[in-house]
Design a protein around this ligand. Structure first.
Ligand code: HEC
Length: 500
């Protein structure tokens, strides 16, 4: 286990880097010579991805190093302190080629920040300039290039077998309590909760799922994205579509098949981290790296609220039982409760003093629970009883390390909250009494995702090493274990030869 990991942007980026290492470059990065050196070079397909990977970090609208901004074709051609860095038809006279091939101190990207561009990429840029440095037909010179690249992004085809285990960021039980849907790499995977058998794969545009919830009609809402690149909230029917086989498993197309991928509620510029459904099933909320809280009225599909209330990423969301209040957990070190009717913040709970990852509101609406980087599960007043709103009532317990997720099962007779953490355990609590019920162990890595079955009988934890464990709530016994990475075979443990 790696003790320095945390659930933050750095990790998202490290995670992305890992994914790139493990699975090969994402398509956008890979978008090198799409037509090979023969056909004409396309700016948007061939050149813009190179600029994005190597140059945008310093030449975006904020930093504008050398007064050069290249987020649009027009601005790239305007140049910075110098003239247009491109001389169409004449790559040898172009400042840009000069700079990326320079062996002196003026090289781009600067020497201290990275390697020079590979020769093939330089050759491609030179060819594009020699061909006239044209912008592709149909794209406005003022168009934001990141957006244009996002529109053109195509998820890579699914791997028949994973070479490395996937990090489980989200899982959810199906409404019949029989299956577990797990977020994979550009897919969702559906496993039998009893046997641990992989039953179905659903290809998705999103590289990762961060949060999932089933709607009353059996459709699945998934929030996710590609860290640092895009995010979305999409609705799927995972029981539709004509399955093909990938790696010997029936696989449906949640990217292009409109019977499987039903609707995109929102697309954002970075990952969406959380979704929550109101108890009556009519309102859906999402939140994430853009700090915005969005609430849709599902029957009409209309967005009802776009709320900016947190100063940093929102990791967790939960509706109060009345469906009119929404609790949030944020990297800004607070949990908050938002009143959807009054459109104002009701309370701020500041006691974690570090990133808050998840929240819940008890079935009677009176108490809030939250957990986070400070390793504690805390309970607080969610109503104005005795003017104590937002005051901590109890430290319910601790994982000893960061607590990543919290889910609840609001059975009035037997309310449960399950939390999962960096200590490799899932813990069950009585959220009202604020007492510990059980500690479920067996995971050997950080448990990032946790879910309770709709009937309250099963709880599942999904770990960084791909492992999913399902336990029975009643006796804490393990029901099944599987690695949620299709076709993955763990390397045999090679024992060191015994010393004689
Ligand atoms: C780590 C930051 C950084 C990265 C990454 C970077 N640049 Fe620069 N760039 C600069 C700075 C700083 C200057 C200003 C240098 C100066 O004026 O001496 C500059 C200047 C330039 C200029 C001259 C602008 C002008 O009109 O004066 C060009 C052209 C340029 N960069 C192209 C690129 C390209 C192409 C890439 C990617 C392959 C790139 N840069 C990546 C920091 C960066």
């Amino acid at each position: 286990m790696n003790g320095s990991r945390c659930y933050c942007i750095l990790c998202a980026l490290v995670g992305l880097a890992l994914v790139i290492l493990l699975f090969g470059m994402p398509a956008v990065v890979q978008a090198q010579p799409s037509k090979g050196p023969q056909g004409p070079v396309s700016f948007i397909k061939d050149i813009a991805p190179i600029l994005k990977e190597n140059c945008f970090a310093c030449h975006d609208a904020k930093k504008k190093k050398g007064k050069l901004e290249m987020m649009t074709y027009e601005n790239l051609r305007k140049g910075g302190t110098k003239d247009d860095p491109i001389t169409p038809g004449k790559s040898k006279e172009s400042i840009l080629i000069d700079m990326v091939t320079s062996t002196g101190p003026g090289r781009m990207p600067p020497r201290d920040t990275g390697d020079p561009l590979p020769k093939e990429q330089v050759a491609l840029i030179a060819k594009w300039i020699d061909e006239g440095a044209k912008l592709d037909a149909g794209i406005d010179a003022k168009a934001d290039l990141l957006r244009e690249l996002r529109i053109r992004f195509q998820p890579p085809p699914l791997l028949p077998a994973y070479k490395y285990p996937v990090n489980v960021n989200a899982l959810v039980f199906t409404p019949d309590n029989k299956k577990v849907v797990v977020g994979g790499y550009h897919e969702l995977t559906v496993w039998d909760a009893g046997s641990g058998k992989l039953e179905k794969r659903v290809a998705t545009r999103a590289e990762r799922a961060y949060s999932m919830v089933f709607l009353p009609d059996g459709k699945l809402v998934v929030a996710g994205g590609r860290p640092g690149q895009e995010g979305d909230v999409r609705i799927y029917n995972i029981n539709a579509g004509k399955p093909g086989m990938v790696g010997g498993v029936p696989t449906i197309d949640g990217v292009n098949d409109k019977t499987v991928f039903l609707q995109e509620l929102v697309q954002t510029e970075d990952a969406v981290l959380a979704v929550a459904l109101s108890p009556d099933g009519k309102k859906l909320a999402s939140a994430g790296t853009d700090r915005l809280l969005r609430v849709w009225d599902l029957p009409t599909g209309k967005i009802e609220h776009t709320i900016e209330n947190h100063a940093d990423w929102v990791f967790g969301l939960a509706f109060a039982p009345d469906g009119k209040h929404l609790a949030t957990a944020s990297r800004d070190k607070t949990a908050k409760v938002w009143d959807l009717t009054a459109k104002e913040s009701m309370l701020t709970f500041p006691d974690h003093q570090n990133s808050v990852y998840s929240v819940a509101i008890t079935g009677d609406g009176k108490l809030g629970l939250s957990c986070g980087e400070d390793s504690q599960v805390r309970q607080w007043q969610a109503t104005d009883a005795n003017k104590q709103i937002g005051k901590q009532t109890k430290v319910v317990g601790s994982h000893g390390k960061a607590v990543f997720r919290m889910v609840q099962h609001n059975d009035p007779k037997n309310p449960i909250v399950a939390t999962s953490g960096a200590d490799g355990t899932v813990k069950l609590w009585n959220p009202v009494a604020g007492t510990a019920l059980k500690t479920l162990s067996g995971h050997s890595d950080w448990v990032y995702a946790v879910a309770i079955s709709p009937d309250g009988q099963l709880v599942a934890g999904g770990a960084w090493n791909g492992e999913v464990r399902v336990w029975k709530v009643a006796d804490g016994k393990e029901a099944t274990v599987f690695n949620a990475s299709p076709g993955y075979v763990a390397p045999a443990v090679v024992k060191a030869p015994e010393k004689k």
